[in-house]
Structure formats: C-alpha cells, structure tokens
Design a protein around this ligand. Structure first.
Ligand code: DC
Length: 225
C-alpha cells in the first residue's frame, strides 16, 4: 500500500501541451503535495544561455548551470533564478525555440536531474516533465504518461499564448510543437518516452478535471487497496 501522506512520488511525463503541468498543479493542490515543474528548470538554464549569448554545449554555460541557484516558491508557481523571479521570462517564444537544444546536453541534464532528485527527497511530490518516470524517479510510486493529438496540443498552447497577448498563428504553434516533439523524442540522452510501467492517458477529448479525477482515482485506489 502506498501512502500519499508520507513519502510518495507521482511522476508524469508527456509532450508539450499534453496538459501535464495544469493537471499536476491541480493534483498537488488537492492532495497537498509538493509540485515540481521540471521543464521550468530547463527553461531557466536556457534563459542563462540566451542572456550570456552562450552556445548550449559551451563549457561556460555548464559552469553557469553548476553555479546557479534555482528555487521554486509558492508551490511551483514562481521560479527564482539566482534570486530573480523569471517565471514570465522563461515562457517567451525565444526560450521555447532554444530550450530543446539546451535540454539535450547530457552534462546539463546531469546537473538538473541531481537537483530534481534533491527536491524529491524533501517530501511527497508530484513531478512532471519528459524523463521523470524513466530517469529522475524510476522508482516512483505512480507513473503516468499523458498525450494528445498535435493539433489539440497546439490549440491549448495557442489559447495560453493569446491570454499573454502573444501574436501567433495556430500553424506556427503546431510547427513549433512538432519540432520540439521531434527533438525531445529523438535526442540521444533521456529522450521522451513512456515508461513501461506508466499508465497512458490520452487527454485529447478530456477536460483537465477529468484527467485530474482519473489520476487521483488511480492513486487513491492503490492507497486503499
Ligand atoms: O514542459 P516544458 O514545455 O516546459 O519543457 C520545456 C523543454 O524542456 C522541453 O522541450 C523539453 C525539456 N524538458 C526535458 O528535456 N526534460 C524534462 N524533464 C522536462 C523538460
């Protein structure tokens, strides 16, 4: 029997726009778990690269990554990079375009994964990203793989960008998501894939609440059973 109250880990992986961030955030609130947005950490180090005009594979960037402090506040809503709130800056199109190239560098991943595992040791957690069920928390108590069609994922991302007044077409968002999918799934190190023991959830025709309820039902059923 797994206990959500003690030291349990729920890990969720899936491609961009599959709904995992929103779902994980809501589950964290409902079950009182720590929420770890692992993509935000790769985005933060991408911001370091952009600001310092460093190539993803440069030794200088790796040094900056090793020396930087990344901290979450407000249960994952705010991310601090060297004490600066970069929650908005990490979501810009410039970061979207560069992040997959930074995230494919094994030495950078190594640093970020160590940091994520430290956070995971702090208590019960729900963590989401691309390699949480396979590399970061291979022994997670619960594993889920969320997916949805590319068009549906692009529509969701477009709605999010329009709320931030970003002027972009559906076709451009779809192209950006497809490009990122390809990079995330085919990279040599820790590619996005569903762990063999992950429960797959197709969110294309599901609301956020339906997915949240489904995952909570799985977790609670296991806790009781
Ligand atoms: O989930 P997101 O869109 O914020 O993730 C941004 C990028 O970071 C994504 O293109 C792939 C990378 N990423 C990763 O390689 N491993 C993770 N665990 C999370 C994100």
């Amino acid at each position: 029997m797994k206990k959500i109250g003690s030291q349990a880990t729920i890990a969720i992986d899936g491609p961009a726009g599959s709904g995992k961030s929103t779902v994980a955030r809501r589950i964290a609130e409902r079950l009182g778990l720590l929420y770890l947005d692992s993509g935000a950490m790769y985005r933060a180090v991408t911001l370091l690269a952009i600001r310092s005009e460093l190539a993803a594979d440069s030794p200088e960037l790796l040094e900056q990554v090793k020396a930087c402090h990344i901290k979450f506040e407000d249960n994952g809503k705010t991310i601090l990079l060297n004490a600066e709130d970069v929650s908005v800056q990490i979501r810009t199109p410039a970061v979207n375009r560069r992040v997959a190239d930074v995230a494919k560098i094994p030495e950078i991943r190594h640093e970020i994964v160590k940091h994520q595992q430290r956070i995971g040791g702090e208590g019960s957690i729900i963590a989401e990203g691309r390699d949480l069920t396979t590399i970061v928390f291979p022994n997670a108590d619960f594993k889920f793989y969320l997916d949805a069609s590319v068009t549906e994922r692009a529509k969701r991302r477009l709605a999010e960008l329009q709320r931030q007044n970003v002027d972009i077409t559906l076709a451009a968002v779809e192209a950006e998501i497809s490009d990122r999918d390809e990079k995330d799934k085919t990279r040599a190190h820790s590619p996005l894939r569903a762990a063999d023991d992950a429960i797959r959830v197709d969110t294309t025709d599901k609301t956020i609440n339906e997915v949240v309820d489904f995952i909570i039902a799985q977790v609670c059923e296991d806790e009781i059973g």
